[in-house]
Design a protein around this ligand. Structure first.
Ligand code: CAO
Length: 440
């Protein structure tokens, strides 16, 4: 046994290259060509394979150091009875038996996007080793071994979020990504398109532009995101915008405040919107419907279950108010209170969130003038409610201050024509402008 100093092999013209990853630790027993360090210049990432076999006694470099050819990188205990040092001219047998290792090594060629070049039979230095084959996501920050691993699995590295320093992608990140895709928890820009040939969106390495933090998506966000994406891709959306005068409704609602307080509920404009939506759905039954799976029939529902989008700390959920047509203002207010509380406590059951015939997304308590909600398929329409505000409205003689509430309806154009859509929203607006109509 003897101790040998391992010097950094020839890395070409590069000087003062950053050590960004150390792949071995003191005490490790290494073989020739085992990857030791990852260096990164402004042009390429290089994995440095070991030129000798033995035990790592001490490492002389650490992450963040800048190194050049010939610097001392480690002390290695070498067993001289075995062949422990790489011959100056590698035996062809070694190169053939470890093709992965050879192709994984990145040369000091200017970029990693150059086509692969044939490894010379006698390669005296790393500089002459073959260039990595270009891969999707070649600009992602990852070592050659991680790239080779990703290539084996067919993973496009531009889609993987790196959790290492400066967004560097590790083997674990690639594994986590594959797991996520296989379990359906992760949506790929192209895979989430359901194989519809939608081109994926290449991502730059965001860490190149500044500091980043990778925050895992909540379970709800992952599930609702997938569903929203499917709805967005499957439903040909049209959004109809409108506004209605809720001055009278607001006066009535204000008059209910004391009673509402005594009952421990809030009667917000949304309660009347639900009432008006049910009236409009009764008048336009094709909006309270779904397309059959084979696209041959329209299934018109004879019940009125209204989904209400609720904003929770973990993401968007849509609990369903069942038989909204049979509920009074107070019952609707109680049910909404109960469901939104359950939603925010994360206690909704699947039954609480299924069976809606039409959905409402109200952002009126927050702000905004108009928005385009996404149809919650297999429903065919969704109503979006925005914040009401006082506006001067011309009554034929003069401008009068009226409380105007903007709203929008996105609908599936395969089922609802534009004329039908605007008839629906016009009727809905009329109901809200004169809620006495809802009694008829
Ligand atoms: N115009 C003006 N004020 C409105 C309004 C509107 N359209 N809608 C609600 N408000 C007022 C309410 O009256 C209430 O004020 P008061 O207490 O003085 O009466 C205040 O805004 C807060 O209302 P709220 O938001 O708590 O209650 P809500 O019944 O309107 O909505 C709920 C309940 C659960 C739907 C809501 O809290 C929520 O989560 N909204 C977000 C939904 C969402 O994220 N949608 C986007 C989905 S992505 O398409």
């Amino acid at each position: 046994m003897s101790v040998k100093q391992m010097l950094l092999p020839d890395i070409g013209d590069f000087k003062g290259v950053d050590v960004i990853e150390i792949l071995v630790k003191e005490g490790d027993v290494i073989a020739i060509d085992d990857p030791l360090f990852v260096l990164e210049s402004d042009k390429a990432t290089m994995e440095i394979p070991s030129p000798m076999a033995g035990k790592v006694l001490s490492l002389k470099v650490k992450v963040g150091d800048k190194v050049s050819t010939g610097v001392l990188v480690a002390d290695i205990e070498v067993d001289e009875s075995a062949v422990a040092t790489k011959p100056a001219t590698p035996a062809p047998a070694v190169a053939q038996s470890t093709p992965a290792a050879v192709t994984a090594a990145v040369s000091v060629a200017p970029t990693v996007t150059q086509p692969p070049v044939q490894a010379p039979v006698s390669a005296p230095s790393l500089a002459e080793k073959p260039i990595n084959a270009p891969v999707a996501g070649a600009k992602a920050h990852a070592s050659p071994s991680v790239r080779a691993f990703a290539r084996q699995l067919g993973v496009d590295l531009s889609l993987v979020v790196g959790t290492g320093v400066k967004g560097r992608i590790s083997k674990d990140d690639v594994q986590g990504f594959v797991k996520g895709v296989m379990s359906g928890a992760k949506s790929l820009p192209n895979a989430a398109s359901g194989g519809m040939g939608i081109p994926s969106i290449k991502q730059p390495n965001f860490a190149d532009f500044g500091e980043i933090v990778a925050e895992p998506l909540s379970r709800i966000k992952k599930i609702s995101g997938k569903h929203l994406h499917a709805c967005w891709l499957n439903v040909p959306h049209v959004t109809q915008f409108d506004e209605c005068d809720i001055t009278e409704m607001e006066a009535f609602r204000s008059g209910l405040k004391e009673q509402a307080k005594a009952r421990g509920v809030g009667v917000t404009p949304l309660i009347f919107v639900i009432k008006a939506a049910v009236a409009a759905l009764k008048k336009f039954p094709h909006v309270n419907a779904s397309l059959s799976a084979d696209g041959e029939n329209l299934i018109i529902k004879q019940y009125y279950h209204i989904g209400v989008a609720v904003d929770t700390p973990n993401g968007l959920v849509v609990p369903v108010i069942r038989d909204a047509d049979k509920k009074s203002v107070w019952e609707l207010a109680e049910t909404l209170k109960e469901l939104s509380q359950k939603a925010r406590d994360g206690k909704l059951s699947p039954a609480d969130m299924s069976g809606a015939t039409f959905s409402i997304s109200s952002l009126g308590g927050i702000g905004g003038t108009q928005f385009t909600p996404i149809v919650n398929a297999p429903e065919v329409a969704i109503l979006g409610v925005s914040k009401a505000k006082m506006q001067p409205v011309w009554n034929g003689k003069e401008f009068t201050p009226r409380l105007m509430m903007p709203f929008s309806m996105s609908y599936d154009h395969r089922v609802i024509d534009g004329a039908q859509g605007v008839r629906f929203t016009t009727y809905l607006g009329q109901m809200l402008a004169d809620i006495r109509q809802l009694l008829l």
